[in-house]
Design a protein around this ligand. Structure first.
Ligand code: DQA
Length: 161
């Protein structure tokens, strides 16, 4: 099982940008914690950050046939990007979106969300801990997927007999 974590624009500036909103943690620290959890659970994990919308679309497309789930913080593109939304729909993988801040309590323009309606779930407003919650959610989804696959395989082998 493989999870791909996709981080959008300016998230490479975590620890520097607006610490009153996003806190002092750097993206590398968040990823190190996620990697630990993945390792403990025997799951592969890959991290990707880009400030460019098209690169994010390319990465989501690459997940097709390669990954079992996506954790994404599309950052500012959350509020504008139909292209990222369409890519998430196209690959049809379990996808959890994360927002460090509570986007519902901020400026009006952050209430528009192109991504949430096509995601499995959203984690919003928990600070960097939201990524850990997303990992927990994704591991749960994956164990359910695995159990369903095993059941299907059992049924198929039963029918073949
Ligand atoms: C963000 C919220 C977005 O509105 C903002 O543009 C970001 C970060 C968050 O994680 O809280 O860059 O996605």
């Amino acid at each position: 099982m493989k999870i791909v974590v996709i981080q959008g624009p300016n998230l490479n500036m975590l620890g520097v940008r607006e610490q009153n909103i996003y806190g002092p943690m750097k993206l590398e620290q968040i990823h190190a914690q996620m990697k630990d959890v993945a390792t403990q659970n025997g799951v592969e994990i890959e991290f990707f950050q880009s400030n460019l919308e098209g690169e994010m679309v390319d990465k989501i497309q690459e997940c097709y046939g390669e990954a079992n789930g996506i954790i994404i913080n599309a950052a500012a593109y959350t509020h504008t990007s139909i292209a990222i939304r369409d890519a998430i729909t196209a690959v049809n993988l379990p996808t959890i979106e994360v927002h460090i801040s509570n986007i519902h309590r901020r400026e009006e323009f952050r209430k528009d969300n192109m991504i949430a309606p096509v995601c499995t779930s959203s984690v919003v407003g928990f600070g960097p801990f939201g990524y850990h919650l997303a990992m927990m959610g994704m591991l749960q989804i994956m164990s359910e997927m695995k159990a369903a696959q095993e059941m299907q395989a059992e049924q198929a082998s039963g029918e073949a007999k």
